[in-house]
Design a protein around this ligand. Structure first.
Ligand code: PMP
Length: 385
């Protein structure tokens, strides 16, 4: 007799998110009294004012709302992209807010990918992209980290449907240049591809770095899908508010899936964000600048210990090489955690070509504890070389 608990074949091909596996290990170790230096969390802890929902009407406090997202928040987001980045967005038709950008990316893929379609994911990629492509029946095509944007043409076939780009990049901190973005637009035009650009860390750039939104060079949104989130820029990842900006024909498709899977993002949170949009970002911006500066300082501390990182200058992540160590990244991260109480994410989570790297996140620990963590990393590289 068939086992009623058998998983679907689709899900059998899906692994746990490796970063979350390590975070769960941290929770387990901490609960048994271990002190863990946590350089693995995908978050930066900010001082964010506690929300006050007192003035919110009962309708919006407890109930569903528009499944494109609360109109006032859509208008705020459209204004933000227009004023800050020169991308004019129609809040009625070209934007949809949903329960986090993780879901937004999945909905955009579900709305566009046919079974067997190929989607290019650029290593080091944010680890959910390939899995989400698979969950849509698509085929993720990994591009190794040493291939530049200008070498992507070699990976495009007649089945390629889209390229997913993370700008700024988690985990390297790379911010795409105008020339790189122009080349991506050329590829999209030449081959009829979508550019899915995840801009979740767009505020995490050092002054003068000049973040460019990919859609700015595609004002009619002919092929650019922009994904973004309130999680990182506002320091409120637990609120689950993310959004997608795209051509209205795509948004109409995404809307259908959103209605069937999510209904709407949390209504009272969207109301609060719409009412406090500017004051909240003004509150986090100086803190964002501090953590970006810390990140770049940690790059120097790593260099002092002879540890190289992939080029990048933004976010709160560094993608550090394991240098002489003979360990694979999962074994390295496992030993580092068990022997020294320091948690990082193994590079293999970000693609096959990244198995000789680890991701170091500096958003949640003090400088003194970060230095101790780096010392432990340097020691383990040395002793396993
Ligand atoms: N994109 C990137 C690059 C991320 O790092 C994350 C979260 N770690 C997300 C998207 C998802 O963010 P959220 O679902 O909280 O909006």
């Amino acid at each position: 007799m068939a086992n009623p608990l058998r998983p679907s074949s689709l899900l059998e091909s899906v692994d746990q998110a490796l970063s979350i596996k390590y975070n769960n290990l941290v929770y387990d170790l901490k609960s048994t009294g271990h002190d863990i230096i946590t350089l693995s969390l995908g978050e930066s802890f900010f001082d964010v004012p506690a929300p006050d929902f007192d003035g919110i009407e009962p309708d919006e406090l407890h109930h569903y709302s528009h499944s494109r997202g609360l109109p006032e928040l859509r208008r705020q987001l459209a204004k933000y992209y227009g004023n800050q980045f020169g991308l004019s967005v129609d809040p009625d038709h070209e934007i949809l807010i949903t329960a986090g950008s993780k879901v937004a990316i999945y909905l955009a893929l579900l709305a566009t990918v046919e079974p067997g379609d190929e989607v290019l994911v650029l290593e080091p990629f944010w680890l959910s992209y390939p899995t989400q492509v698979r969950l849509c029946g698509g085929v993720p095509v990994s591009v190794p980290h040493d291939v530049s944007v200008f070498g992507l043409g070699a990976y495009i076939t007649g089945r390629t449907r889209a390229i997913i780009v993370n700008n700024p990049n988690n985990p390297s901190g790379h911010v795409y240049t105008a020339a790189e973005l122009d080349h991506l637009h050329e590829l999209a035009d030449e081959h009829g591809l979508l550019l899915m650009v995840d801009e979740a860390y767009n505020e995490f750039v050092a002054p003068g770095t000049g973040f460019i939104t990919c859609g700015a060079a595609d004002p009619e949104l002919r092929h650019t899908v922009t994904l973004n989130s309130m999680s990182k820029n506002y320091g409120i990842s637990g609120w689950r508010v993310g959004y997608v900006i795209a051509h209205r024909t795509l948004i109409d498709q995404i809307l259908k899936v959103n209605q069937h899977l999510i209904t709407c993002a949390p209504t009272p949170l969207m109301r609060y964000l719409a009412d406090h949009f500017d004051t909240l970002i003004e509150h986090t911006r100086p803190q964002i600048q501090q953590v970006v500066a810390r990140r770049n300082e940690v790059a120097d501390w790593l260099a002092e210990r002879g540890i190289e990182v992939l080029p990048g200058e933004s976010t709160f992540y560094l993608f550090a090489s394991l240098g002489r160590s003979k360990l694979g990244s999962d074994a390295f991260a496992d030993r580092l955690l068990r022997e020294s109480g320091v948690c990082v994410v193994p590079g293999i989570a970000y693609g096959e070509s990244c198995d000789h790297h680890i991701r170091v996140s500096v958003g949640t620990e003090s400088p003194e504890r970060i230095r101790r963590g780096l010392d432990a990393i340097a020691r383990l590289i040395e002793s396993t070389g």
